[in-house]
Ligand binder design. Structure first.
Ligand SMILES: [Zn+2]
Length: 315
C-alpha cells in the first residue's frame, strides 16, 4: 500500500492507448465487445442475428428489424465526436493523478470548452454510478463533512448554512489500511437521511466507526454494527487514530478539488467527489482502467446536457 507501489506499477501509457484505441475501428470494436460481451443481442426481442447498415452505422435485428447504434442508450449517445477523442478524454481523466479540469481537457483534446465540460461531467457520472453500485464492507470509518466548511479551528461547520453536507466513508483492510472510499452528498445529518444512505452504500454486517453524532446510529437500519467514539470536538477530535484515514481522505479530497478546479459549483459536488474516490479506489489498476471504465460507460444511461447541468440527485 506504499506510494512506491502506485508509482512503479506497470501503468498504461499514451503509447499503449494509441496502440489499442488509436483508430475509430479499434474503438468501435472495443465498445461492441463491452456492450455485447456474448455477441450482439437485440434490446427489443433478444435476437442475436443482425446486419450492419453501413451508411448510417446502425445494427438491425434480423428478427424484429429494430435498429440501434452502438452508442444509443449509453453515456455516449448522440455524440458527434470521433470515439478516438472520447477514449483520449477517458484516458486523461481516469489516469491523471490529481484530476483534470474541463479547461485543461479542452486544450488537450481540441474541442470547445462546453463540449469538454459536458464530456468531463459525463465521464464523472460514469465514475459515480459505478462506485455507487458497490457498497462498502468490513470495517468502515465514517465522518460528516461540509463542503465549504471550516475544519480546523473555529466552528466545525455542523449546521452551518450555505454549505453542502456529505458523508465520507472509508473501508479498511485487516492491517487498518484504506481499501475503498465513498463520498456522497446527503440532505443533512438526520437519522432518516443516514438510514437511507446506509442502506444504499453499506453491506449488511459491516462495522461502522463514527464519532458521537447521533444520526450515525441509523447505520443499524442497514444491519451494520455501530461503534460510536465520543470525541471532545474541535481539532483534537480529528487526530484520533480511529478516524485517521477518513480524515486524511477528507483533507485529500478538499485539496485535490480546490487545487484542480479552484472553485466548483456546489450542485456538482457529488460528481467531483465521485471522481476523486473512483481514481483512488483504482489506484492499483491503471492497466485495466480503460476497459473497466468502458464496460460501465456503455451501461450508463445517456445524460443530456440539460440533465447534467441540473443539481445532482442525492446519492
Ligand atoms: Zn429484435
Amino acid at each position: 500500500m506504499s506510494k512506491n507501489k502506485v508509482q512503479f506499477q506497470a501503468g498504461y501509457s499514451l503509447i499503449d492507448l494509441f496502440h489499442n484505441y488509436g483508430t475509430e475501428n479499434q474503438c468501435v470494436e472495443a465498445l461492441f465487445k463491452w456492450r455485447w460481451p456474448l455477441g450482439f443481442k437485440c434490446s427489443e426481442c433478444g435476437g442475436d442475428k443482425y446486419c450492419f447498415l453501413k451508411t448510417r452505422r446502425l445494427y438491425q435485428c434480423n428478427k424484429c428489424h429494430h435498429q440501434t447504434s452502438l452508442i444509443s442508450g449509453t453515456i455516449f449517445e448522440q455524440t458527434k465526436l470521433p470515439l478516438t477523442t472520447w477514449f483520449l478524454a477517458i484516458y486523461l481523466v481516469t489516469q491523471s493523478k490529481t484530476g483534470l479540469s474541463a479547461l485543461a481537457l479542452k486544450r488537450e483534446i481540441g474541442v470547445s470548452y462546453n463540449t469538454a465540460w459536458s464530456m468531463k461531467h459525463k465521464i464523472m457520472q460514469v465514475m459515480k454510478e459505478r462506485d455507487d453500485s458497490k457498497p462498502l464492507s468490513g470495517v468502515i470509518q465514517l465522518d460528516d463533512v461540509y463542503w465549504g466548511g471550516e475544519r480546523h479551528g473555529g466552528k466545525r461547520g455542523r449546521g452551518s448554512k450555505n454549505k453542502v453536507p456529505f458523508v465520507a466513508a472509508v473501508s479498511l483492510n485487516e492491517e487498518g489500511h484504506p481499501i475503498t472510499m465513498n463520498m456522497n452528498v446527503v440532505k443533512g445529518f438526520r437519522l432518516s437521511e443516514i438510514s437511507r444512505w446506509a442502506k444504499e452504500h453499506l453491506q449488511p454486517e459491516s462495522t461502522v466507526i463514527s464519532d458521537g453524532l447521533p444520526c450515525f446510529s441509523a447505520v443499524g437500519d442497514a444491519d451494520c454494527y455501530h461503534v460510536s467514539i465520543v470525541t471532545g470536538g474541535g481539532f483534537q477530535s480529528v487526530t484520533k487514530k480511529e478516524f485517521a484515514w477518513v480524515n486524511t481522505m477528507i483533507g485529500n479530497v478538499k485539496n485535490a478539488i480546490t487545487g484542480t478546479y479552484h472553485a466548483i459549483n456546489p450542485k456538482h459536488l457529488p460528481r467531483y467527489l465521485a471522481e476523486f474516490c473512483y481514481r483512488h479506489n483504482r489506484r492499483f489498476q491503471l492497466e485495466n482502467m480503460i476497459p473497466r471504465f468502458g464496460y460501465v460507460a456503455v451501461r450508463t444511461p445517456p445524460m443530456p446536457g440539460r440533465l447534467l447541468k441540473l443539481a445532482e440527485a442525492y446519492g
